[in-house]
Design a protein around this ligand. Structure first.
Ligand code: 5GP
Length: 192
């Protein structure tokens, strides 16, 4: 997605070997016009398939692109919660996820109320790195006996193992920006 690649080139900051900071439009401050375009793009990529009943993501950075995608499909958006709150009781599906950026393990949970076997789910997330966050959501979808339409990722770091893991499972993955590598603080995209 050209608009997104240009924005990454303009505002993204490469941190160390393998982290991209995009806090001016996605991870802290959010650009709703860009999110709107992202929602439209995901809609075009996944709308041709069987009907999608729900968008699933993980709090907090997946929520913005997920909401705009849900808006285009006209379906609810459910975000897995990372911390057990008093209002999130025992009737939940849970999975353990190792956070790439924070280097800690988190339990993510979704209430039984918001996912069941009648659902056909599209997963949306901000980044795909080693695939842990998405594997956690796949685990939860399995527990709920729901089915998966595919995975939409805003920024994929193709040099990390997440994409290969999802491809091996035969899952339809659509990434709007695919990063081949970082070189001298610059982002090099995969040439399609
Ligand atoms: P994974 O579970 O695929 O290893 O990592 C995905 C999650 O880690 C994303 O939901 C995102 O929050 C975070 N993440 C992974 N890589 C990056 C990165 O380069 N930059 C930022 N800002 N977040 C990342």
């Amino acid at each position: 997605m050209k608009l997104l690649e240009e924005r990454i080139e303009k505002d993204g900051q490469v941190l160390g070997e393998n982290v991209l900071k995009v806090d001016s439009f996605l991870n802290h401050q959010v650009d709703p016009m860009l999110m709107d375009a992202i929602g439209t793009e995901f809609y075009q990529l996944f709308a041709g398939d069987k009907p999608i009943t729900k968008i699933l993501t993980v709090e907090s950075s997946g929520i913005a692109p997920a909401i705009f995608t849900g808006l285009k499909f006209g379906v609810p958006v459910v975000f897995a919660r990372k911390h057990k709150s008093l209002t999130l009781k025992d009737d939940v599906y849970s999975s353990e996820v190792f956070s790439f950026t924070k280097q800690v393990s988190n339990k993510i949970s979704i209430s039984h109320k918001f996912l069941n076997q009648a659902d056909r789910v599209l997963i949306i997330d901000d980044f795909l790195a080693n695939g842990q966050a998405i594997e956690g959501l796949l685990d939860i979808i399995g527990q709920a006996n729901a089915s998966l339409a595919g995975v939409g990722v805003v920024i994929e770091k193709s040099f990390q193992k997440g994409r290969a893991i999802l491809d091996q499972k035969g899952i339809k993955v659509e990434s709007l920006a695919r990063i081949k590598k970082f070189a001298d603080g610059k982002v090099i995209f995969v040439e399609e």
